[in-house]
Structure formats: C-alpha cells, structure tokens
Design a protein around this ligand. Sequence first.
Ligand code: B12
Length: 267
Amino acid sequence: MNDPAGTRFAVRPYGDTTDDGMVQVSFTLPLPHGSLAEGAALQVARQMGMDRPLIVHARPIGTEFSFFVVYGSVVHRVELDSVHVVEREYPLLSAQEVDEAVHAALGRDLVVVGACIGTDAHTVGIDAILNIKGFAGQKGLEYYHSLRVVNLGAQVSVADLVGRAEREGADAVLVSQAVTQRDAHLANVRELSAELDVTFAGRTRPLLVVGGPRFDPAMAAELGADRIFGRGTTPDDVASYLVHALTAERSGRADAPQPPAAQRSAV
Ligand code: B12
C-alpha cells in the first residue's frame, strides 16, 4: 500500500489481487482426523486472524494426529515504521581484503573456533561457513589465508568448546544450532555465553558468533552473543563481520585483546 507520495508505509500479504491478505499455513493438531479436527483447525485459523479460512489439505498422521494446510485472508497489515531489523552495518569484503585487513590490524592470523554444541548433530550449517568448500558459491573461512580455523564438529559440550577456545587463543567462537525443540538453542547459547564470561573474566572475551536457521538476529544481546546469523548466511558475510568487529572496534577499545597465548602478537 502506498501513500500519495509513493512511499510504502504498510503492507499485507496477497495472493490473487493486491492487498487481498491471502496466506497459506500448515500445522498439526493432536486429534484423530475427522470433522471435529477439521472444525478445530478452522477455528485455529480464525484465531490467527484469518478471515473465511479454507482447508485445502488434511490428512491423518497415524491414528491420533491430523495435518492441515489452510488458506485464507489475514486481516492484519504491517506498518513499516514498526518493523525493526538487524541491517548489515559493515561492507562485504573480498577474501583478499579480509586477509589484508586482518594482517594489517592484528599482525597475525585471526583464530576462529567453531562447533555445534549440546546434543545438536546438524553440522551442515557450520561446515557451510567454515569448510573450504563453502556455500552458495562462496569459499568457507578455511580458504582465507589470514584465518586459522578449528572446527570441532558436532555435539561438543560447552566446557570443551570454551576450554579449546582458550587453548587456541580464539578471537572468535562460532556456534551453530539447528535444533530448537524446547528452545534448546537459546538455552545452549546462554550457557555458552555465561561460561565464556567466567573463563575470560578480566580478559577480553572472544567474540561469540551464533548461527542457525531459526534464530532471530535481533536477540544477540539478550542471549549474550555478539552477533547472530540466520538462514542463507554466506561465509563472506561472516568473514567481513569478523574483520569489522575484531579490527575496527577492538583496536579502538581501551580493553583491546591481550594475547592469552605465547604465539599471539599484540593487537
Ligand atoms: C540434514 C538434516 C539432518 C541430518 C544432519 C546431518 C548433518 N551432518 O548435519 C540428520 C539426518 C543427522 C538429522 C538428524 C536429526 N534431525 Co535434522 N534436519 C536436517 C535438515 C533436513 C537440513 C538441515 C541442513 O543441513 N540445512 C542446510 C544448512 C546449510 O542450512 P542451515 O543449517 O540453516 O545453515 C545456514 C544458516 O542457518 C547459517 N548457519 C548455520 N549455522 C551457523 C553457524 C554460524 C557460526 C554462522 C555464522 C552461520 C550459521 O549459515 C548456513 C548457511 O547459510 C533439516 C530440515 C531443513 N530443511 O532445514 C532437519 C531438521 C533441522 N532436523 C530436525 C530433527 C528433529 C532432527 C532429529 C531430532 C530427528 C530424529 N528424530 O532423530 C535428528 C537430531 C539429531 C541431532 N542429535 O541433532 C528438525 C529440527 C526441528 C526443531 N525445531 O528443532 C528439522 C528442522 C526437520 C523438521 N522440520 O522437523 N537431521
């Protein structure tokens, strides 16, 4: 929807015609498939703000559950002034620019320690960022000459990750979480952040960079992380962020990182 000056200020979904509000949602109810379950599904849809919802697909899942796809028009519209998102505030750098910036600012390699923590065994996301093979046509962080990458893989405990980060002299800890059941991803990141605080008390804590498809990037501060990356992240975005955070910001800080290990030169 546009104002007279042509500026967009509010939006609604659309299917057939602009602003018709049409959406499609899918969900499961803990009811055997039948008319009661279908009636309940329609009521769920109405309570979600859908006007005249239609069940376009329904099928039993075993004997006690039903799956639905419902189509209808939502009554809601979104005022764009009320939308707050995390925008990338740093430039995307090429691999060569990253290498030059790291070596100019740190005089050494930047150390990255990554893992999937907790019981999470979904390594494809962290490998997409770290592995030299990369993702979406971008080489992973292992490709960069100025980055030393330690990838610990899956199901790493918080204690093991923090211990390894300390021994490696990590500048950044990169963590992936795909499983969100019972908000395990949030609890795990909070636990990791607290453990980093304890272990690095009195020293500069490594950056905590978190990624996964179901994180809200706006939750970084709340979870004790420095940055959260969501679905579709590419390695160059992460490398550029590391340069931005560890060179530009830290070199200006009074508590700029002191090398915890002998092989690290001054920042
Ligand atoms: C492949 C897969 C598996 C494989 C994992 C193999 C492996 N080595 O990783 C296997 C078969 C082992 C598996 C097992 C399970 N899985 Co599974 N799995 C998937 C699947 C189909 C794809 C995930 C994937 O690889 N995506 C591709 C990568 C590239 O995308 P990504 O993870 O989002 O990563 C990108 C960004 O998020 C970001 N990113 C991710 N991590 C990081 C980290 C950093 C630091 C940064 C900067 C960025 C970043 O960058 C990446 C590139 O853009 C998803 C469904 C789906 N379509 O997403 C289910 C899914 C994640 N699995 C699920 C489940 C339930 C399970 C099991 C519990 C099933 C079971 N009952 O046994 C087990 C759990 C095992 C365990 N202990 O963790 C659920 C999770 C539901 C939930 N809400 O928690 C999903 C969503 C399927 C579903 N719809 O139910 N799974």
